[in-house]
Design a protein around this ligand. Structure first.
Ligand code: G4P
Length: 190
């Protein structure tokens, strides 16, 4: 997606050799107009596929997922990283390891918001190691629902996420793909 690629080129910054900082428009300050364009593009890509719900993982996937939900006219469900007093029973849960952030969390979904007829699109900001998305797939499959695909804003194509997802039969749509990044800058993949 051209607008996103241009924005990454203009404002993306490398943190060390591996982490792409995009918090001026995605992760901290949010460019809502760009998020709307992104959501609209995802809606167009996945149109006509019998999708019943959109899932995202808190927190950075929420903004684009809101707009995909608006344009697809589908409910949006936000998978939580921890349970709480209001979310403590009747749950599907699975453990996810975040390699980039070096933390482990219990990805949590209320059984009220999924059923075995659901065909679900997962949306997230980054695809890196594919752990968060694989956790979402596990939850969906525990509930005997099906996965329509995974849409991500930025795929770090030099990391194993796509391979991991495709090996589980999941179609991945990446709006931008980064071939490599480092001190020399950011190089996009086709
Ligand atoms: P995964 O996202 O593919 O599962 O890979 P990994 O476990 O390595 O990544 C864990 C977290 O790190 C994710 O955020 C992911 O978005 C973030 N991340 C991975 N690579 C980058 C990067 O290059 N830049 C930035 N800014 N983030 C990256 P999360 O834990 O789900 O948190 P949140 O940011 O959505 O709240």
């Amino acid at each position: 997606m051209e607008a996103l690629r241009e924005r990454i080129q203009a404002e993306g910054k490398m943190l060390g050799e591996d982490i792409l900082k995009v918090d001026s428009f995605i992760n901290h300050q949010v460019d809502v107009a760009l998020m709307e364009e992104i959501g609209q593009d995802i809606a167009k890509h996945f149109a006509g596929q019998g999708i019943t719900k959109i899932f995202t993982i808190e927190s950075s996937g929420i903004a684009p997922a809101v707009f995909a939900s608006k344009y697809m006219e589908l409910p949006l469900v936000i998978l939580k990283k921890k349970s709480s007093r209001t979310l403590s029973q009747n749950l599907w849960q699975t453990e996810v390891i975040s390699y980039t952030k070096d933390v482990t969390y219990e990805l949590t979904l209320s059984k009220d918001y999924i059923n075995d007829q659901d065909h679900i699109l997962i949306i997230d900001d980054f695809l890196a190691n594919g752990e968060a998305a694989t956790g979402a797939v596990r939850l969906i499959r525990k509930a005997h629902a099906t996965v329509a695909g995974l849409a991500v804003l930025i795929e770090k194509a030099y990391q194993p996420g796509r391979g991991k997802l495709e090996a589980q039969g999941i179609t991945v749509y990446a709006q931008t793909r980064i071939a490599r990044c480092g001190e020399a800058g950011i190089e996009f993949a086709g």
